[in-house]
Design a protein around this ligand. Structure first.
Ligand SMILES: Cc1cc2nc3c(=O)[nH]c(=O)nc-3n(C[C@H](O)[C@H](O)[C@H](O)COP(=O)(O)O)c2cc1C
Length: 437
């Protein structure tokens, strides 16, 4: 942690009395610390204690008073650019809920919303508060958004009761921060990555559609992991029930044709593409403008004529300029043979094979067990991993491929420096319908 800079967000839980010791631990490890507090946190630890130990002004509340050193307007934006990571410890049930819903009505949650680097949340509370469905749902939402959560320990609580909810030992928090910083690579800094995720749905009439069981979790994990490695990620998502990862720009689409158009529009402005979406292969030949009434169907059966949808993956491999391209293959039988064929026929550089019928790779699950195929290389089978781990393993290979001058690799991974490309103005914003959430 030498020469690292850490922002420490303190909220109003009883464990805040331990935070001066956390500051001491960081300082001992050579880390520069600056603290921010909620108004409630002042009830448990004084700003004077924290400013004395950090050697810096402490921001308390969203509107710091004159003379506090942070009384100039946009302190939250200035501090958001400072430091290597933000640690929120202790994190109350209240602040966890606010972060999960993007509410920014105190100094800590305001800063967190503006912060683009790693955020470690250390919840600590009474065990009933910890086990409450609302708290657990809020924590899942935080993880989905790309926050790291250090779970509390089981032990004696301030109330005298015993259970989960204790703030982990100070050295464990400092170690967790160290691990995150050591593992936080910025090897995709400046790279523009286009990721697709989720299913597409193909309308039959205004009410019905043909869809598939893709949850979008794998593609969202790729987008989240790439953003945390410094990439500018645009995520083209089919209809899914997932939150946009922190720092990712999202374009929502429904059908295969819409996804095709969105991807082609964004193609020029990207340095690499990961096609994790489960795009429909077929779509109805005609879409009824009115709901098809059961009474109009003769003899109890109905025929639906389907035509092929655009083969987005294949067409991307032929577009100029050629961009490094990762495809996903979902196979339920003859997996290796089918994946090898897809790798050759679709012209992709890396192919990720998964089988939803296998344990650990089920639709909607949080894990995946994949095999990564490369052209000319031996397939690499990964065990069952969280989808975020699969995403990072895949990005490792993509970064290596691009560093070797992969098919269209114009970004030098790790440096973020880009080689000039014809027709492209660096930093120019996409005209696509986007939302950065
Ligand atoms: C004595 C006392 C101890 C508290 N300890 C905790 C705690 O450990 N964890 C928690 O989530 N809330 C705790 N609370 C409740 C919070 O202080 C309360 O929800 C507050 O609004 C949190 O504000 P903040 O999230 O803006 O800091 C405690 C309240 C009191 C009165």
């Amino acid at each position: 942690m030498k020469q690292r800079q850490v922002l420490l967000g303190v909220t109003g839980g009883i464990a805040a009395y331990k935070i001066p010791l956390l500051v001491r631990e960081f300082v001992k490890r050579g880390t520069v610390v600056r603290a921010i507090m909620t108004e409630s946190a002042k009830e448990f630890v004084t700003p004077l204690t924290l400013s004395t130990l950090t050697g810096a002004e402490v921001v308390v509340g969203t509107f710091p008073s004159a003379g506090s050193g942070h009384a100039h307007g946009t302190w939250h934006i200035d501090l958001a650019r400072w430091g290597d990571m933000l640690i929120i410890a202790p994190a109350t049930a209240n602040v966890v809920a606010r972060l999960a819903h993007g509410i920014a009505d105190d100094a800590v949650s305001t800063l967190a919303l503006a912060y683009r680097k790693e955020i470690l949340v250390c919840p600590a509370m009474d065990h009933d508060m910890w086990e409450h469905r609302a708290t657990q749902a809020n924590l899942s939402a935080l993880r989905e958004c790309g926050y790291e959560v250090l779970p509390p320990e089981v032990g004696e609580l301030a109330s005298g009761l015993t259970g989960p909810g204790r703030l982990p030992e100070i050295t464990r928090i400092a170690d967790a921060a160290e691990r995150i910083l050591a593992g936080s690579r910025l090897d995709m800094k400046g790279m523009k990555l286009l990721v697709t995720a989720g299913p597409t749905i193909e309308a039959i009439d205004p009410v019905r559609y043909i869809g598939n069981r893709s949850s979008g979790k794998m593609g969202f994990a790729v987008a989240s992991a790439a953003a945390r490695r410094g990439a500018h990620v645009t995520l083209v998502a089919g209809p899914v029930n997932l939150r946009t990862p922190r720092g990712v720009a999202r374009v929502d689409v429904e059908s295969a044709a819409e996804m095709d158009r969105a991807v082609k529009r964004l193609h020029r402005r990207t340095d690499g593409i990961v096609m994790a979406a489960a795009v429909a292969d077929f779509t109805p030949v005609t879409v009824s403008r009115r709901k098809i009434k059961k009474s109009t169907v003769k003899g109890g059966t109905m025929e639906l004529r389907l035509r092929e949808t655009p083969d987005i993956l294949k067409s991307l491999s032929t577009l100029k300029p050629r961009k490094p391209l990762v495809g996903f293959a979902l196979e339920t039988h003859d997996e290796t043979r089918n994946a090898g064929k897809k790798l050759r026929e679709k012209g992709v550089d890396l192919l990720v094979l998964n089988n939803p019928l296998r344990k650990g790779s089920e639709f909607g699950g949080d894990t995946n067990s994949v095999t990564i195929f490369t052209r000319g290389g031996k397939p690499r089978k990964l065990g069952i991993l969280p989808k975020f781990g699969v995403a990072n393993a895949l990005l490792d290979r993509l970064v290596r491929f691009m560093a070797k001058g992969g098919s269209g690799g114009r970004t030098s991974p790790g440096t973020g420096r880009k080689k000039p490309a014809a027709g492209r103005r660096p930093g120019k914003k996409s005209s696509a319908r986007r939302s950065r959430r």
